[in-house]
Design a protein around this ligand. Structure first.
Ligand code: NOJ
Length: 537
């Protein structure tokens, strides 16, 4: 018997974030300002969430929506003043809500005074805060192409006649984490905000802070022409995160660190987040989010089976000491319903409920992206000018330059662009849904409340049951004497099923506790239907 088989999740995963449902806010589109967000705190309380994660609020030219910080110690005036932020923090705490800031430590804005100085002068004190390299015969230092910009990660710097490194746009130079002085400067930033009372950080692309030693050329392949792996999850990331934890977070044991770690393997996730290892508390993995990602903003089809394969093994990692975080929507993705649910209006709301019911039956810290609780869908953008996001424009330009047709690129962007999730919250819709028993919002509230009361959903072991039906999702959970069985249909077909074949124990002991269909047909699941059953042995 493996030692890990004895883990009692409730005992070892016992911090507030292990129980939490976190709500992600893209401030500009969520009532615009700190005051506006404060005015919506009661809405968030009524939803039942425990914490809010604010996308970057720092001083920034907003080339990449605030993920390009020009001053870590100042808030962006478009959101309000520092006093207004502090008041938001206090009002949130008064209501029992935690506040998590989105902290961008892999890169800064090119307008950050550190970079301004480094770029002008090789002797600058800040020169070694960034990564500069010599080109070879008018070419950049190496052949690395970023999957985000579809361009070289190097930009020529006239002033010092060399190149600087940026995994994202040229306005976001990467910081040089190999420099201990830079690391200390960043730890100081973290302490500043923790002293203000924030409850932790979502750490933007924190697994990119170390680059492959030597910056050698890489070998592109047809399936993967990009060099991201050369600056993602490199061995030093573990070392730096452990140091950050030692030097900062040991002093703030109730502050959460949630690392954005795309491309992470199971082993790397263990290295970052094992409850014994003390580097990060939570990791965000993107296997399920990237299933439909083709090259350069194109979309490829995926099956329900593939979706489960991208989600469930991460759940099992809890047995090895690594707690999962579950999310289906974010500011970097198209709307959750379009991504995973119905591709038509008819079943849109029903599939929104089904997906959230499924999400909440999974183990882990839960994250809800703003507006998904209203079942929001993608928009339709008719020309490139209608897109705001720099990523959409970069993809468009690169693809048109390499010969793609305008219609084809627009069609892809209309499926995959980040702009869909960044549209202003329709507060009138929230008001309408509030009073409707059958609305998506009411379903979210009921599901969050149900999970809050349910130890089996929070701490139960996860088992997935395979069925003959390829679009049927079955998850069972067990904790102490309680069991939960969730069955869902991720298709617009009617699926026949038999409960007897799916549950352990006697079917008569199971009681239906959640559903998105009325009336129920005992032998079939209607399109996008979900049922959750509970039993006590
Ligand atoms: C990840 C963020 O989620 C995304 O929005 C941003 O563009 C990149 N990091 C760069 O900071």
């Amino acid at each position: 018997m493996k030692a890990s088989e004895k883990l009692d999740y409730k005992n070892i995963y016992n911090k507030w974030w292990h129980r939490a449902t976190i709500y992600e806010i893209y401030p500009k589109s969520f009532n615009t300002t700190f005051k506006g967000i404060t005015a919506k705190l009661d809405y968030l309380v009524s939803l039942g969430i425990d914490a809010l994660w604010l996308c970057p609020i720092f001083l920034s030219p907003f080339v990449d929506s605030g993920y390009d910080v020009a001053d870590y110690y100042k808030v962006n005036p478009s959101f309000g003043t520092m006093e207004e932020f502090e008041s938001l923090l206090m009002e949130a705490h008064d209501r029992g809500l935690k506040v998590i800031l989105d902290m961008v430590l892999n890169h800064t804005s090119d307008l950050h005074p550190w970079f301004q100085s480094a770029q002008k002068d090789q002797k600058s004190d800040y020169r070694d805060y960034y990564i500069f390299g010599q080109g070879k015969e008018d070419q950049p230092p190496n052949n690395w192409i970023s999957s985000k910009t579809l361009q070289s990660v190097w930009t020529y710097n006239d002033r010092t006649e060399d190149y600087y490194f940026h995994a994202y746009t040229k306005h976001q130079p990467d910081l040089n984490w190999d420099n201990p002085r830079l690391r200390d400067a960043l730890y100081q930033v973290l302490r500043f905000w923790l002293e203000k009372g924030v409850d932790g950080f979502r750490l933007d692309v924190i697994n990119k802070i170390a680059k492959a030693k030597g910056f050698k050329d890489y070998t592109p392949s047809i399936n993967n022409p990009y060099a991201d792996a050369m600056y993602e999850n490199q061995p030093q990331v573990h070392e730096y995160l452990r140091e950050m934890n030692d030097k900062v977070f040991t002093q703030y044991p109730d502050a959460v660190t949630m690392g954005q770690t795309a491309g992470v393997t199971y082993e790397q996730a263990c290295g970052y987040c094992h409850y014994n290892q003390k580097a990060l508390n939570l990791y965000l993995q993107f296997e399920h989010m990237d299933l439909d990602k083709g090259c350069a903003g194109a979309q490829k089809p995926y099956t329900t089976k593939a979706l489960l394969k991208a989600l469930l093994p991460w759940q099992q990692l809890a047995e090895d000491g690594v707690w999962p975080t579950v999310f289906f929507g974010s500011h970097d993705a198209p709307r959750m319903v379009n991504h995973y649910g119905a591709n038509n209006e008819r079943y849109s709301d029903k599939s929104a409920k089904m997906l959230f019911g499924f999400q909440m039956c999974l183990l882990g810290t839960q994250v809800v992206y703003m507006g998904d609780e209203l079942g929001l869908r993608n928009k339709c953008f008719e020309s490139i000018e209608a897109f705001e996001d720099i990523r959409s424009h970069d993809i468009y330009e690169a693809r048109i330059a390499s010969g793609s047709r305008v219609e084809e690129v627009l069609q892809d962007l209309n499926r995959t662009a980040r702009d869909h999730a960044r549209y202003p919250m329709p507060w009138d819709l929230a008001e309408t849904q509030k009073n409707k028993k059958n609305s998506v919002l009411s379903f979210y509230k009921a599901m969050i409340a149900y999970r809050k009361e349910s130890e089996v959903l929070r701490y139960g072991k996860v088992e997935s049951v395979t069925t003959k039906e390829c679009d049927m999702i079955v998850v069972s959970r067990a904790y102490k004497r309680k069991k939960i069985l969730m069955i869902a249909n991720r298709s617009d077909r009617v699926l026949a099923y038999s409960l007897e074949g799916l549950c352990s124990g006697d079917i008569k002991d199971y009681e239906l506790v959640v559903s998105n269909e009325n009336p129920l047909d005992p032998g079939v699941l209607s399109p996008f239907e979900i049922r959750i059953y509970e039993s006590t042995e």
